[in-house]
Design a protein around this ligand. Structure first.
Ligand code: 523
Length: 132
């Protein structure tokens, strides 16, 4: 039996904007923008992993709110799931794996070069922000 591993990413919202993070590694993904997150560790739920990854990578405390429906294939054996999250505390800083961050208003989400697999969730996140 093969187990599919989940990568969880966060559509982090604050004051009507969405957080976008530019990857610095690996070389084939560097320079592309993503919803920040990472792989679940054994025993973790997706929201738990998201809280941990956002703390480690960006130095923020965030609260997962809702899962965005869907699951997007990554490299073989991995799928991407996305949750919306609220910024609770801290100013995000690119501590690991990123070299630039931007807060995007919903009408500006198209300004950065998102990883393909993040695009459907980014579109849904922007629609939710627009709807208030
Ligand atoms: N993605 C992806 N979109 C997205 C994330 C957070 C990750 O397509 N929003 C892909 C990129 C990698 C894989 O998922 O191929 C794992 O993401 P990564 O490297 O951010 O996960 P980590 O931080 O858990 O990785 P390791 O530090 O290598 O364990």
């Amino acid at each position: 039996m093969t187990t599919v591993r989940v990568v969880v990413a966060g559509a982090v919202f604050h004051e009507g904007r969405l957080l976008a993070a530019r990857r610095s590694a690996p070389p084939e993904l560097a320079g592309r923008w993503e919803l920040p997150g990472g792989k679940l560790e054994p025993g973790e739920s997706a929201p738990e992993a998201l809280v941990r990854e956002l703390r480690e990578e960006l130095g923020i405390e965030a609260e997962p709110v809702d899962r965005i429906a869907g699951e997007w294939p990554l490299k073989p054996g991995y799928v991407l799931q996305v949750w919306t999250a609220r910024l609770l505390e801290g100013e995000p800083r690119p501590l690991e794996d990123h070299d630039e961050l931007r807060w995007l208003a919903p009408e500006n989400v198209g300004e950065v070069d998102w990883l393909e697999q993040d695009r459907p969730a980014v579109a849904e996140a922007a629609a939710r922000l627009r709807a208030g």
